[in-house]
Design a protein around this ligand. Structure first.
Ligand SMILES: *Cc1c(COP(=O)(O)O)cnc(C)c1O
Length: 387
């Protein structure tokens, strides 16, 4: 396999000026990342700052209705409210040990911006977050959180005024600031080595799930399910199970409103291969090869591409991917609230919705794990408008 590739996908399609910081990052992944000093400090941060390990919660009411045992991996209970902090703490600590003093990052809904801002503050680093100008307006509470955490938020008014152009602006800024600054990329996508680096920090989800299922049930789960935006919470859950043939692996993308002509976020379902943000992957694009804006009720799944490893896992047939439309995700949201007393993020509600709507596709009496990637408190305004 070519370096940085997953099957046909991945690579490092960047201008010359970004090759040196990506090489420096690759070198740090070989030397600093495996060191006991790094691993011990990350472990301490994850346990005592972020709140790992997260519980694996059995759902008695829904299991009774579905005819199999439903478990939730509770990433919603982590500090800052989602799995994203696993990645930002890992990258921030690595950057600090590389001698960097500043972080920069992109954010769409603002969740990755908040998780990066928290990691920067905790580790004594300065932080600048690039955010599409429209997203700055739409996500005011997260902009406020980032500022309170001491981070500078930079609105990007070019192009789509959303995530895609915020990433382009952040990559350009990295060219100019690479000596002091690490680009803390937010999902398992982008140029090599980011898909591997983000996977490395998110596989704690799948490793814990594996051990917790063995302890609770004495065997591996029959299926693991996660939502896919760029693909980081999903690859974190999936990767430790990929070589276990008995475990069915299911990724769920956002299908938008489901109306014809609606550009949703299902890059694996509808995407055409191409290059975006430094990688070769599946992308939502029109007949002229222009990137189509994605749309979903959950802002965190609004990314027009998908991480290259998911594109490869779909191509090889090891992982199946489905799309769930907004209305079914909202239905799953309220079902979980009422049945189990948990408010899930709308992103995570997509994964749950596929399970709730397809019980006959899953084994009676079996054990199914859904990754609850985040909590729903941030989605109250969207939920209120949809009622
Ligand atoms: C950001 C986010 C996602 C989507 O990102 P991935 O990289 O695909 O995991 C999913 N769930 C929550 C709660 C998020 O905040």
């Amino acid at each position: 396999m070519k370096k940085g590739y997953f099957g046909a996908f991945g690579g490092q399609f960047v201008p010359e000026s970004l090759v040196p910081p990506l090489r420096e990052l690759e070198a740090a992944m070989e030397t600093i990342l495996p060191s006991a000093a790094f691993q011990d400090e990350l472990d301490d941060l994850l346990r005592n700052y972020a709140g790992r390990e997260t519980p694996l919660t059995f759902c008695p009411t829904l299991s009774g209705r579905l005819g199999f045992n439903l478990y939730l991996k509770r990433e919603d209970l982590l500090h800052t409210g989602a799995h994203k902090v696993n990645n930002t703490l890992g990258q921030a600590l690595l950057a600090k040990m590389m001698g960097k003093t500043a972080l920069l990052a992109e954010t769409g809904a603002g969740q990755h911006g908040v998780a990066t801002a928290a990691a920067a503050a905790r580790l004594g680093m300065s932080c600048r977050i690039f955010m599409g100008a429209d997203d700055v307006e739409r996500q005011a509470p997260n902009v406020m959180r980032m500022k309170l955490l001491g981070t500078e938020v930079i609105p990007v008014a070019t192009g789509s005024r959303t995530l895609k152009d915020a990433i382009n602006a952040a990559l350009r800024e990295w060219v100019a600031t690479q000596a002091t600054t690490h680009y803390c990329f937010g999902t398992a996508a982008g140029p090599h080595p980011f898909p591997l680096l983000v996977r490395e920090f998110q596989t704690v989800i799948g490793r814990e799930t594996r051990a917790q299922m063995l302890a609770k049930t004495g065997r591996l789960p029959d299926a693991v399910v996660a939502c896919v935006g760029g693909g980081s919470n999903a690859i974190g859950m999936f990767h430790p199970f990929v070589s276990d043939a008995s475990v069915r692996i299911i990724g769920v993308e956002a299908g938008g409103t489901g109306e014809a002509g609606c550009y949703h976020s299902a890059a694996l379902g509808k995407g055409i291969s191409g290059v975006l943000h430094g990688e070769y992957t599946l992308l939502l694009q029109n007949a002229d090869g222009q990137i189509e804006p994605s749309h979903s009720v959950s802002a965190g799944l609004d990314y027009p591409g998908v991480g290259p490893e998911h594109a490869a896992l779909q191509a090889s047939g090891r992982v199946e991917y489905h799309a769930v439309i907004d209305s079914r995700a909202l239905n799953a949201f309220s079902t979980l609230c009422h049945a189990e007393g948990i408010l899930p993020a709308l992103e995570s509600s997509h994964a749950l919705a596929w399970v709730l709507d397809n019980p006959d596709a899953l084994p009676k009496g079996g054990n199914v794990v859904v990754n609850l990637s985040g909590r729903g408190d941030k989605d109250m305004e969207i939920i209120r408008r949809s009622l």
